[in-house]
Design a protein around this ligand. Structure first.
Ligand code: FMN
Length: 291
């Protein structure tokens, strides 16, 4: 329903300035036309205008990656990055059978921001995490190298996205932040003492009290920039869309729902996860709960 009081008040000419030092061009339409005329810059527009333009000095890197099979070598070695010690929480290896018809899952998928409280059992959690972010059984063999694959495609097979999870209500797993380790299908606790989930998202419309868990997607620039240069960001965001949508569909197929969220507090989450915010960025989030 349209709130008519607000409708009169908040039209596009209403001035809502959050930054007092920005007194010029505060009408968005004006800013847009100045951008189109080239009188002002926009990082987004210049990225699009220069899409596929490589700022790398040369293309040796792309050829080197392709010719040397470097992605497979990195892929094989990635397993060694995982922390396996007495703190590691191994998730159930055998996934639950997804019985929901695929067309039903597509029909029923929807974004949910309010949930009812229901403890998620660990088998369901493990299945959602595995099919969304884990390794598949399919292997790619390149000469003498064997590369693992996932349930989503990845630019150059470099898998630049890592996943952190805030677990809220999952049976047998304490509330807290964990890094997901796909090779061992395990969680590694970050042991962060003070976590205020109220600060994760912008605004009040996300039900952080009843959600079962939420996902923070981390992009590390060094994982694909050296190969792709400026194209790396586009590739990564497209890949991320695939991952996040897989997550939406898998949640729905397990009778839970999700909501992709761009309105997250980037620097707050990065600080919490000890990410530098320069090479390592939180670029998207998603939540899961029961509606
Ligand atoms: C890239 C992207 C960013 C989104 N960001 C937010 C967000 O910050 N907050 C929110 O409540 N919903 C967010 N959503 C969910 C959309 O509002 C939702 O997908 C849209 O309204 C369509 O509804 P449906 O998903 O139920 O079909 C986002 C969705 C996408 C794909």
């Amino acid at each position: 329903m349209i709130d008519f009081e607000k409708k009169g008040f908040f039209n596009i000419h209403t001035l809502l300035v959050k930054d007092d030092t920005n007194r010029s061009n505060n009408d968005n339409k004006h800013m847009y036309s100045q951008m189109m005329f080239g009188n002002t810059t926009s990082s987004m527009l210049s990225y699009l205008l220069n899409m596929n333009k490589q700022n790398l000095n040369d293309f040796k890197s792309i050829m080197f990656y392709n010719e040397s099979n470097l992605a497979s070598l990195i892929n094989e070695a990635k397993e060694a990055e995982e922390l396996l010690d007495e703190n590691t929480i191994y998730l159930t290896k055998v996934a639950k059978k997804i019985k929901t018809q695929f067309s039903k899952v597509l029909e029923q998928r929807h974004s949910t921001r309010k949930f009812v409280y229901e403890m998620m059992d660990q088998g369901t959690f493990s299945t959602i995490v595995k099919f969304s972010f884990g390794l598949g059984s399919r292997k790619l063999v390149y000469d003498d190298l064997v590369a693992s694959t996932r349930y989503y495609s990845s630019g150059g097979g470099l898998y630049p996205i890592d996943v952190y999870l805030y677990v809220n209500h999952v049976s047998g797993i304490s509330k807290g932040i964990y890094k997901y380790q796909p090779y061992s299908h395990s969680l590694y606790p970050l042991n962060i003492e003070k976590i205020d989930s109220k600060n994760f998202f912008v605004g009040e419309n996300i039900d952080i009290v009843n959600m079962n868990f939420c996902v923070f997607f981390e992009y590390s620039i060094n994982k694909n920039f050296v190969k792709y240069g400026e194209l790396a960001l586009l590739n990564t965001l497209v890949e991320l869309g695939g991952i996040s949508h897989n997550f939406d569909l898998v949640c729905q197929s397990m009778y839970f729902t999700s909501c992709p969220i761009a309105g997250f507090n980037k620097s707050t989450i990065e600080k919490l996860l000890y990410l530098d915010g320069v090479n390592d960025h939180i670029v998207f989030t998603n939540i899961c709960g029961k509606d």
